[in-house]
Ligand binder design. Sequence first.
Ligand code: TYD
Length: 212
Amino acid sequence: MSIRMMGHKRGLALAIVGHYIALEGVDGSGKSTVAAALARRLEADGHQVVVVREPGGTAVGETVRRLLLDSETLDEWAEAFLFAAQRAELAREVIRPALESGAWVISDRTYYSSIAYQGRARGLGEERIREINEMGLRGVIPDSVFVLDVEPSEGLRRQHREDRIGRESETFQHEVREAYRRLADEDPARVRILDGSQTVEQLVDEMIGSLG
Ligand code: TYD
């Protein structure tokens, strides 16, 4: 479990005692099922667990989710800023208070999705997308990121409900997958790639094992 102090520009120090886990992957990689199973396991171990999904998780976030996923067309920078906007709200309203209360937070996607989808696959630039998101997050960033790696064609086949972004081509999903691999190479202590073809139980075991 991580215990750290976060300095604030205005001098307010916040004690974050919980652990923040993010699940990532291409569309149809099984994140939601694995998030629920991981939550059950952590709760059985006596932890308080909060599960959130992005985009969404707050009243504003759910409204923004509909704009993002159901709009016929959307400017790509509008898309990137809307993802970052709902994320800032979720961090302030839900994730930071949960971590401060000592809960474990499991998030089905985080700003690593934006770096991969908007930064790389849409071509807006990974570093620029990281920056606009980190501005809004004010230090509330995941301690551990698990990427469920599946072949994009397999992910597209498994997908239950397609949305505007989930309908993108297999080439687009390949770019997303490459971006996650690069994020893991750059920061191996935080970002781990897991073989998404394993059973849910195997994945949960592997995640718990690597949390130590
Ligand atoms: P999600 O609800 O996780 O869908 P799925 O369960 O099918 O993976 O995400 C919806 C879509 O939004 C998905 O195609 C990924 C995309 N997305 C981004 O492009 N950027 C982001 O920052 C996030 C959070 C999601």
